[in-house]
Every structure is written in C-alpha cells, then in structure tokens.
Design a protein around this ligand. Structure first.
Ligand SMILES: CC(C)(COP(=O)(O)OP(=O)(O)OC[C@H]1O[C@@H](n2cnc3c(N)ncnc32)[C@H](O)[C@@H]1OP(=O)(O)O)[C@@H](O)C(=O)NCCC(=O)NCCS
Length: 449
C-alpha cells in the first residue's frame, strides 16, 4: 500500500466520522423519481442507501413511476392525460400504474438483495418491507375535470412505519393509497414522500430528482457565477416560491421546492433536492459539509453560541489534532467538562467547527482566551474572527478591560486583530504561577473599548 494512500484515506475517513455519529438513529424519507430508475441509476442508489442504512439511519424509500406508467400506457395505445399538473387516472391508467408499481417493486427489491463479493453490497443484508401504510382519498372533480382514480394522501400510519423501521428493515412505498372502501388511488411520489416525512417528523426528506438543485439565481442559466444554492433558509425558500410559476413538471424549479417548503413548515427540519445524474449524490449530500444539492432548512444552520455539556465531545474532537502537534496545550476531558460553560462554539448542522474558552481574572480586570480553534476544513472563512468577537463581547459583559492569549505559533493572526505583545511578567499573578517558562509562549493582549 502506498504511503500517500494512508495520508489521504485516513484523514478523509475521519472527516466523515462526525456525520456518521450525527445521523445514527435518524429517519430519512427518500423519494426517487421514476426517471432515475428509467435512467439506470437504481443499482448505485441502492448501494448508497444500503451503506447509509448500515450506519444506523432509518430509511423510508418512496419510488416514483411517471415514465414507467407512460410507457405502459403507450404499449396499450393509450395517451397519458394530465390536468392541473396531475395525472388523470382512468381505468386503463390505473391498471398501467399497478403494473408499473409491481414491476418497479421487484426491481428495487432485487437491487437491494445484491451481495456479490467485491461490490459495495457485499455483506449487506437489507430487508425491504412494503405495506398499506397510506390511506387515500380521491382528488375528485376539479374545474369540471374528473380525476377518477387519482388520489391524495389522507392519512399516514406513521406508528406502523416506525415499528417496521425498528425491526431494522427499510420501508418501501409505492405511490398508492387505499380508501376505507378498499379502492386503490394513484398518488404522486412527491406527495407521499412529503406526507410520510411530515407524519413521522423525519429528520430529512430527500428527493433524488432530474434537477441538480436550486441555483443562486434560479431564473438564470447555469454558469460558474450561478452555482447551486446549497443551503436555502425556509424564509428565503418561501419567498422564492412566491415568485415562481407553480411547478407542474418535475423540471420546474418550483416542483420539488414546494414539497420541501411544505415539509419544512410542518416540522421536517431539512429537505433536500439532489440530482440523481451525479453518481453518489446521496453520500455527497449527507456526509460532506456543503453537500451537492439544495437543502431547505428550517433554522440557521450555523450558530455561534455558548457551549453546553453536550458539546464536550465535539470540542475534544476539534482541539485534539492541535494538541497533538503542539499548537495547543493539552487539556483533559475532565478539565473541559468542568469548564464547558467557559467555551463559545460555532456549530454547523450538529457538528462543532470552532471554539474558544474565556477564563476571567477579575482581580486584574482581564481574561485569557484559550483554545481558540477552527477546524482545518473551515479555516479562512472568518469563523476564527467570529469567535474572537463573541469572546470579546463576553469579556466586556463581565466588566473586563482586556483579553490576553498565550501562543507559540499564531502571533500574527492576533496582531492583525488588535493584540499587542507584552512581557509574560504582565500576566495576572494567578496566571503567572501557571506560566510554562519552557514553552516560551508569547503573551498578547487586546484592550477592549
Ligand atoms: C488561528 C485560527 C483560529 C484562525 O481561524 P480562521 O477561521 O481560519 O480565521 P479567519 O478566517 O478569521 O482568518 C483567516 C486569516 O488568518 C490567517 N491565519 C491563519 N492561521 C494563521 C497563523 N497561524 N498565523 C497567522 N495568520 C494565520 C489566514 O492566512 C487568513 O488570512 P487572510 O485573511 O489574510 O487570508 C485557525 O487557523 C486555527 O484553528 N489554528 C490552529 C489552532 C491555533 O493556532 N489556535 C490559536 C491558539 S493560541
């Protein structure tokens, strides 16, 4: 094995660890457009979902079947009929939909049953369970158009889905629902996925779609200056939706967005639109900081806040590499646990990306800022400065006149931000006693106005 491989693989694998820990035990509802299966993407999607499930995520999979139903209709010499952006499901279309759903279910179950050696599915044992979890009602007659067997979700048996997931199985749903009279109704994958995510209060709703996500300027063509907006706060998503023409086709910007917004407003914190055309898009979205598609989110993902005891593990993980290379002095878990409320952290999507601690010396009207750290993957984006400003605020609020740092390697960063070097003799008496003269740290002070 080449030595270079160790240096790429190990840090890469470790960088994924916080996401693996964070998603364990969470529930994701994943809606796959029928077009993805028609485009031959099922094998890879199954492999990625099996991997995500193996890391402790509970998955409900909802498949679409628009192109497959149309194909069946074509074979029967029957035209697909739509109105109001919905299929009109007559008797023949209902037959076609049932045939298409049956066929797709077999294909999906087969894809998840693979286990050939030397493939990502080797050793995977994914059990798929389907069932009559959705109660439907007819769309009825809209503006004089009778939608016949096209339906809407009336109720989701979230408790039964959860029990099935708790067995360790993946739940597979076709876009069908049944009425209390035993009638079958053709639903849309998007509505089923959204309703299930809401009913279960899932942690994520993910659409694997034909579109790559939502661009920063959605009405302008793809370009380097118009990349995918990876994080759309709910308020911005709602505002955008109001300016768009209603999404009737899956390639319309508003089409998936309307479902994401609906889910988010109903308590599903994160809804994602991902391109199935990109191999591994699910893994890239779930296990990489910025992701690849658009995530509609019902909170400010990145938050600067005071730490709590729950953050101790995250802080330790963040500062450990810098303690090992000598940039920071070693702190024990006990010490951090004891001092957790001295810390300020930047949290992104449940992961701690930056921290610093403030230790006041009120008798000298100053405080030490210690353990200022920004995770290597997000350095250079201003987080260091943000944390410094918050620490300054905390010190000011405590009536202190200055803050100081001890550093061996980061002097210039602090000087650029208003610190000046002083002699270690300047330190408050209590701190001077703990000063390690061998380490020869430089002492830098910043006056607070
Ligand atoms: C120092 C540190 C906290 C800065 O965090 P950050 O989020 O990258 O900082 P910002 O984005 O606010 O600032 C980035 C700027 O600082 C500069 N910088 C980063 N590390 C530096 C260092 N050791 N010395 C001087 N400048 C440094 C960058 O080059 C960049 O400069 P630019 O704006 O001119 O391009 C971060 O690099 C870190 O965690 N370092 C390891 C731990 C450490 O040294 N902590 C201080 C212990 S006392």
């Amino acid at each position: 094995m080449s030595a270079v491989f160790n240096f790429t693989f190990v840090p890469w694998f470790r960088s994924v660890a916080p996401y693996i820990h964070m998603h364990r035990g969470k529930t994701f509802v994943v809606g796959i457009a029928g077009e993805a299966i028609a485009a031959g993407k099922l094998q890879h999607i199954a492999q990625d979902l099996a991997l995500i499930q193996s890391m402790g995520v509970k998955i409900v999979l909802v498949h679409g079947f628009r192109p497959q139903v149309n194909e069946q209709l074509k074979a029967k010499g029957h035209a697909a009929k739509y109105s109001h952006g919905m299929r009109i499901t007559d008797e023949i279309a209902l037959d076609c939909a049932q045939e298409a759903a049956g066929q797709l279910r077999y294909e999906i179950e087969a894809a998840f049953s693979q286990g050939l050696p030397n493939t990502p599915m080797a050793g995977a044992t994914v059990r798929m369970i389907s069932g009559n979890f959705i109660t439907a009602r007819p769309v009825g007659i809209l503006d004089g158009v009778d939608f016949k067997h096209s339906g809407m979700v009336r109720k989701v048996d979230a408790a039964a889905i959860m029990q099935t997931l708790d067995l360790g199985a993946m739940v597979l749903l076709s876009p069908f629902g049944f009425s209390p009279t035993g009638e079958a109704f053709n639903l849309t994958m998007e509505e089923v996925a959204t309703s299930v995510a809401i009913a279960m209060q899932a942690d994520k709703l993910i659409f694997l779609s034909e579109i790559p996500g939502i661009r920063i300027h959605p009405d302008q063509p793809e370009s380097e200056d118009n990349p995918i907006d990876t994080e759309l706060p709910l308020a911005a998503a709602e505002k955008l939706l109001a300016t768009l023409t209603p999404g009737e086709r899956p390639t319309d910007t508003a089409f998936y967005l309307q479902h994401c917004v609906k889910a988010c407003k109903a308590g599903v914190e994160r809804s994602h639109i991902l391109p199935f055309a990109v191999d591994g898009s699910l893994l890239l979205e779930v296990y990489v900081h910025d992701g690849i598609g658009t995530m509609v989110v019902d909170e400010k993902l990145e938050s600067l806040r005071e730490a709590t005891h729950d953050d101790v593990g995250g802080i330790l993980q963040l500062i450990e590499p810098f303690e090992k290379d000598g940039t920071l002095v070693k702190r024990s878990r006990t010490e951090i646990e004891r001092d957790a409320d001295h810390y300020t952290v930047v949290e992104h999507d449940g992961v701690i990306f930056a921290c610093a601690a403030l230790y006041p010396y009120p008798e000298a009207k100053t405080a030490e800022m210690a353990a200022l750290t920004v995770s290597p993957q997000s350095q250079g984006q201003g987080d260091g400065e943000k944390v410094l400003k918050r620490i300054e605020q905390r010190a000011r609020a405590a009536g202190l006149q200055s803050i100081f740092v001890l550093t061996t390697r980061t002097m210039h960063w602090f000087i650029k931000r208003g610190f000046v070097q002083v002699d270690p003799e300047w330190l408050p008496e209590a701190r001077k006693r703990k000063y390690n003269w061998d380490r020869k740290s430089q002492v830098l002070v910043k006056k607070l106005n």
